[in-house]
Design a protein around this ligand. Sequence first.
Ligand code: AMP
Length: 488
Amino acid sequence: MSNHFFNAVRAAMPEKDRRFADGPGCAGITYGDMLSATGRLANGLVSLGLKPGDRLAAQTEKCLPALLLYLACVRAGLVYLPLNSAYTRAELDYFLADAEPGLLVCDPDRAGNPSMRALTLDGQGQGSLMDLADSQSEHFSDVLRQEDDLAAILYTSGTTGRSKGAMLTHGNLLSNAQTLADAWRFTQADVLLHALPIHHSHGLFVATNTVLMAGAAMLFLPRFEADLVLDHLRGATVMMGVPTFYTRLLAHPRLNADATRHMRLFISGSAPLLAETHRQWQEKTGHAILERYGLTESNMNSSNPYDGERRPGSVGFPLPGVSLRIDGGEVGMIEVKGPNVSKGYWRNEEKTKAEFKEDGYFITGDLGRIDEDGYVHIVGRAKDLVISGGFNVYPKEVENEIDALPGVLESAVFGVAHPDFGEGVTAAVVPKAGTNWDEAALLDALKERLARFKLPKKLILIDELPRNAMGKVQKNLLRLRFKDLYAR
Ligand code: AMP
């Protein structure tokens, strides 16, 4: 026994015939099945010559084998690099060049990148990866990994438009998973309704690792749909979601106290949950949503209490073992330090230096305050990040693509309150003199260049961008001017 993270998974594991995960459209598996399937996958990966520390990039649809691939990488000492399936080919090329993975696992539709060794895995969990695994032994001796060794790299976009890979160690994942399982009182009796994507920290680590640390089970849905969730909620005890899940469920006629009476806990994170949504949810279901706060780079930093007041509009208290401070007065930059925080950005010392203080604190980029009772509140983002439906969209990257279109002079991308997505990506666009304005044509052209979640919901024709004396675009004025754009 020698693998820092997987040792703990084994230690927490219930009887092998206990359920691990199942759901509509996927064959259910027990903990014993999980062990043998990840053993076969790990043997298959090693047979390809992949060595401890090598990266494995995965751009797949959500399915159980894709989740097992993550665990197989952990067991084989590989560094797992999950990528949103919405990323275009050009975006994928950037990640591959930066991370230099030894293998890409992707949907058959996306195979055929000549510069890259690739195996396939489709949405049904079939493909050459599984063919390889099927021919392998289920017995695999976990590769020695220490606390400080990398388990995963998760890319988060940068304000300059270039993505940075947050390096997450075995110790990061393990400490946070144990803390969360404890804080949220997970036990073997729990069944987590999993409707989140698994290429992001929320669905991959917060959800899955917490379940594993408790020996609990998962009801694995291919995606979030209010109907699908309500069809399966009966079989669950806990749900984790982004705020959009809650607003959509609230709008559904089948959501009521009866449908949720048996539930133990609803958790929200990845974007601000409106206090109003919190109240409406409590009114309709009787449950107070537990809101927590984290980042890809730090895993989870704070959480509302399991016992005690879950304060609407607040992200709760720093988690045990996490030091959280506000730099710069009553409202200031939130900085965090602890075993949860990543050790920096992959091959990017400059960014690592810029975002970590000398005393080891990570600068989150979020502005916050701590109230008189110790609850942390996020008041805004220092960077101009837009969070739409729980996904981060970095304006600069979208602006670069818009500006490259024929007939466009310049643009400014910003977030506007949106009843469904939390924030809607919005672009003010200044056309070149003499060009005809055609919003639909511009949006069509952007679809080729940007993942769907990054596409502006609206392009606004504007004569000139508001600028301050230093020539900087004043996005605050744009936000103010168009604040009711998506109001119902
Ligand atoms: P990501 O790295 O994709 O997980 O995004 C991290 C960012 O999401 C943080 O820096 C916050 O701005 C935001 N975030 C996450 N959880 C919350 C929350 N509960 N309330 C407000 N913002 C949040």
